[in-house]
Design a protein around this ligand. Structure first.
Ligand SMILES: CC(C)(COP(=O)(O)OP(=O)(O)OC[C@H]1O[C@@H](n2cnc3c(N)ncnc32)[C@H](O)[C@@H]1OP(=O)(O)O)[C@@H](O)C(=O)NCCC(=O)NCCS
Length: 381
């Protein structure tokens, strides 16, 4: 976003400014160009860009207008196809209308528009020497995620900010628990389900390790050993839940990525044992993957669903990962992701009850070249 222009004199802010928000139309372009000139001294958007972006499918341009028809602010969003991300490319409020809440209202509208377009993250860049805008973003819950050196025309640096979008929200009674090791995502999903279905159950790291020991196949790509769907179902059943396994095929899983023949042999035997135990625990195994519609149907019956996802889609790591699906709003599945990416930047609020648009979920819920699809449906017994 551009170099903010200095305000002419010290125009008293009109805190009572009335305004309405709407999407820009071609007839707004002159006013937008005028506003841009008054708001930015450099890195300005051109008339051509405004004209193009007004009806570009890859952009959304919201404007604030007074009852007299004056255009007093805009916020421009860009969407890149195939990502869950939107970028706030620019925001500006007329110098004589600042500090009246227009900036905040435009930001809220930008978040709403991005969420409505199935984006779950909003990113932006701001000049390091723009404390007013930085204050606005931080007040609205944007988190600093980095810095670009020499980013602007005049070589100023940019700070990068990001916010997870949640729309109108969805509340869940399912407790959240963050994994405390690299390899216990699956057992942590079982723990959250146990805490939901069993009022006597207490979430604690000692339980995390106990459940992991009950469910692990010993060797997997991440850490000292992840869990397969049969092991997770067995550990859930052992602790009092009804479980069903949905896996795209029969046989041993996750072996492609294990080079060491001895590890492969141990994993194969551990998985064979879990498959045998599913019979003892009366756990049905379906060799049909659970798609979004089937997950929604299970949720509607009061179940929670542990789903295998590619961690690559969630946080850029090529490891299999388990998340717990806890809700559905007709457009998104809501998940508790036991993994909190970077404790410096993320909090539980970023990983709990996270909305994922159906189409994105369908893309994420698979692992490897095969691809393998797996889920464990958990209910009260
Ligand atoms: C950044 C910008 C868009 C903010 O717009 P704005 O309409 O002034 O934003 P808001 O009114 O929502 O908030 C600004 C301040 O007014 C205060 N405010 C808002 N409504 C208020 C009210 N009713 N009464 C008292 N104070 C109020 C806010 O608390 C905030 O205070 P702060 O500056 O101490 O944090 C605007 O300053 C601007 O256009 N700057 C130039 C362009 C620019 O820098 N764009 C960003 C590039 S990244």
């Amino acid at each position: 976003m551009g170099v903010p222009a200095r305000m002419a004199g010290s125009a008293p802010a009109d805190r009572s400014t009335l305004f309405a928000l709407r999407l820009a139309v071609v007839a707004d372009v002159d006013a937008l160009v005028d506003l841009e000139e008054r708001c930015f001294a450099g890195d300005r958007m051109s008339r051509r860009s405004f004209r193009k972006l007004v009806d570009a499918p890859t952009a959304a341009l919201a404007v604030a207008q007074t009852p007299h028809g004056d255009l007093v602010g805009y916020a421009l969003l860009l969407f890149r196809a195939g990502t869950g991300m939107a970028r706030l490319y620019s925001i500006a409020v007329a110098p004589d209308r600042r500090s009246a809440g227009i900036g905040e209202a435009l930001m809220a509208e930008a978040e709403r528009l991005a969420f409505a377009r199935d984006r779950i993250v909003l990113r932006l860049e701001v000049r390091e020497d723009n404390p007013g805008a930085i204050r606005l973003y931080e007040r609205l819950g944007f988190r600093r995620i980095g810095r670009y050196l020499d980013y602007y025309e005049d070589h100023a640096n940019a700070l990068r900010y990001e916010k997870r979008l949640r729309g109108a929200g969805h509340s869940t009674a399912v407790p959240y628990y963050e994994q405390t090791t690299d390899f216990t995502c699956g057992p942590c999903c079982v723990m959250m389900a146990l805490a939901h279905f069993r009022p006597d159950y207490t979430l604690a790291p000692v339980e995390e390790i106990k459940l992991w020991r009950q469910a692990t196949t010993v060797f997997m790509m991440s850490g000292v050993g992840g869990c397969d769907p049969h092991g997770l179902a067995v550990s859930a059943a052992r602790n009092g839940l009804a479980a069903a396994v949905h896996v795209s095929r029969d046989g041993s899983l996750f072996l492609d990525s294990v080079r060491d023949p001895e590890k492969r042999r141990v994993m194969t035997l551990a998985q064979e044992d879990f498959r045998r135990q599913t019979i003892a625990f009366d756990i049905p195994i379906f060799h049909t993957p659970l798609d979004v519609e089937a997950i929604r149907a299970a949720l509607a019956e009061g179940a929670l669903v542990i789903v295998l996802v590619s961690a690559y889609a969630m946080f850029g790591k090529k490891v299999p990962h388990w998340i717990l699906v806890v809700g559905d709003d007709g457009r998104h599945l809501f998940v508790h992701d036991p993994w909190v990416e970077d404790r410096e930047l993320e909090t539980h609020a970023d990983a709990a009850n996270l909305p994922i648009p159906y189409a994105d979920f369908e893309r994420m819920a698979r692992w490897g070249r095969e691809p393998l699809r797996a889920a464990v449906v958990l209910k009260q017994r």
